[in-house]
Ligand binder design. Sequence first.
Ligand code: XIL
Length: 354
Amino acid sequence: MCFRSHVPAALLFFFASLTGAQTLREEASRAGILIGAAANVHYLSEASYTATLAREFNMLEPEDAMKWEALRPDEQTFDFGAADRIVAFARTHNMKVRGHNLLWGTHNPDWLTRGNYKPKELSELLHQHISRVVGHFRGTAFAWDVVNEAFDEKGRLRDSIWYNRPGIGAGEEKAYIEQAFRWAHDVDPDALLFYNEAEAEEMNPKSDAIYAMMKDFQRCGVPIDGIGFQMHIFNLSPDLPSISANFARFSELGMKIHITELDVALPVAPDGKVLDTVDLERQADIYRKIATICMRTDGCTAIQTWGVTDQYSWLGWATDKTKGAGLLFDRNYHPKPAYTALRQALGGRTRKPD
Ligand code: XIL
């Protein structure tokens, strides 16, 4: 399937102006799609941060506060403090909460990774973790990234403490992933359960492997509802027809699609300033086209950016400050061309929300 803009831009403007929506959030709720942001508890005391979140987004996901590293200071303790604050903010502002994440090979606490646990002990720890965490947020987290980034770029399972080092079921391939989904479903059968992945938005060996796994899970009755495409875009020429075709095949499989961590990284100076302002237009165009692909794919029900303002984006940390400015709001919370483009792309179409 090829990506083509069937609706001329001028007509999209017309639809957007017809809806009269002033914010992304208004536009998204009219369009029947969720628009989210990852949030960090450190900034909840900053007025511009909270005002922008509450005004523009109807979904929230803790950027770090639900990771093992944050929730589990030691083997005995669960510290829900930071995550609870984010959830409370979301509830106050009538935003849905996405949980992220229950199982990942990184961002685990040292006591876990250096603990020399045996497979059976690890399995018990994971079961207890999933039960406790999903139970704690039952009724508030409507969706979970159950497993994060299990595959490498060749479509092979990554080595990890949960898979094979030592793993909770050595030699059983995807059994550990299946097990995590079953445990999460046991505790909250109403939550939507997602497999979340980086660099799987295009047709490639990684997305092929995930597709095969999900098809297999479906056949075996594993409780899985969808795929999260992270969509950290570092290349200003993403293969849009390939993204569109990939979205279509997961949707046709009956999977929901959430874009979970969208940002479009631009080359920046060490102070975060965009090097070439033309890039802001290229970035806007990518946001518009990605949102349009989502709007045209039946199963695609949520678009979430990985942060709010460029000021606090993870991109600087991830690229040694060479790239950044990937979000919808600049360092002073001014909406960028990408904001306008995304809002327009959401306009003019009604969808069935999650
Ligand atoms: C990142 C956070 O943004 C950072 O604050 C943290 O230091 C590292 O993790 N894929 C994911 C996210 O699934 O959890 C990562 O978030 C970004 C890549």
